[in-house]
Design a protein around this ligand. Sequence first.
Ligand SMILES: Nc1ncnc2c1ncn2[C@@H]1O[C@H](COP(=O)(O)OP(=O)(O)OP(=O)(O)O)[C@@H](O)[C@H]1O
Length: 308
Amino acid sequence: MTTSFKVDLRRGSVVNGKWRGAKYRVERLLGEGANGKVYLVQRGAEWLALKVGADSIDLQSEINVLRSLAGAKKRSAEAFLYDVDDWRAPDGTEYPFYTMKYVRGTTVAAYLQRFGREWFPLAALNLLKKLAELHASGWIFGDLKVENVMVSDYGYVELVDFGGATAAGKSVRQFTEIYDRGYWNEGSRSADYQYDLFSFAVLCIQLHEPKRLHELSRSLLPQNRSAEDLMGIVDHCAALKPLSAWLRRALTGGFRHAGEAAEAWRQLMHRKRYPHRSSVMPGWLKGLAAVSSVLLAVSLYWLLRNMM
Ligand SMILES: Nc1ncnc2c1ncn2[C@@H]1O[C@H](COP(=O)(O)OP(=O)(O)OP(=O)(O)O)[C@@H](O)[C@H]1O
């Protein structure tokens, strides 16, 4: 999805906050979507992400969620939101913007492509933990999809774009069809824990079988779509098959909350057939560990020899 508004900030241009006076120097575009454009900006020595939008109502609701999360003092949300202001463009038009923590990393799909699919179980577990934290603050993420999950070193996960975040119990504010429980006739669009877990399961499928998922959604009549069709993809995918029971549970609302889902996922990771954290240790780290062990052994040998 792309924005319809015309803001195009070049490298080096400066965004001045009209009310609070902060100045941000633009480095580059990080991404764009339906609600605005996100730029990497610098303020003093600090790197931040600045989201500028055309519609202050859309942006305001994201800001409300971020404020409420910061208020709940959840570790992940601490200091995520920095500043909220308006900016007057050279042509006189005013745009609302906010600045937030710059999440270094790439979308989960790009990360797995670059560093290997063996990172998937760990990144997914971290994502489930993020969802559990968000749920504990009374919010449902709503628009969970590949583009909104950023992954950085060692599978560390951060959610971006809180435009779909909805207070638990309300109607989900923003969603993407293919990840939407209602689209697959598996439940309402009411914001509950299971709604996010359904999207999470679709995200797992999207990461492994994007083409098949796309074709499936195109080929079925709306009234015929179901979790069973999604499970058809899972059962024909070698990487997803070990997760079959877990994914079925997530697609059919079988987990009470994201914490329970994360625990079940963690247990799966520890089973033999599925790679777990130590087996996704990068090569250079394995090498470092081996060298350290040898050095330790040599030191001990010399120590003992000199003592005798
Ligand atoms: N804090 C951040 N740090 C780094 N990159 C970010 C950050 N926030 C957003 N991005 C990048 O910018 C892209 C667009 O941002 P965002 O999803 O918030 O826009 P949107 O208009 O709400 O999109 P959508 O149409 O999906 O709702 C993201 O997919 C991500 O790549």
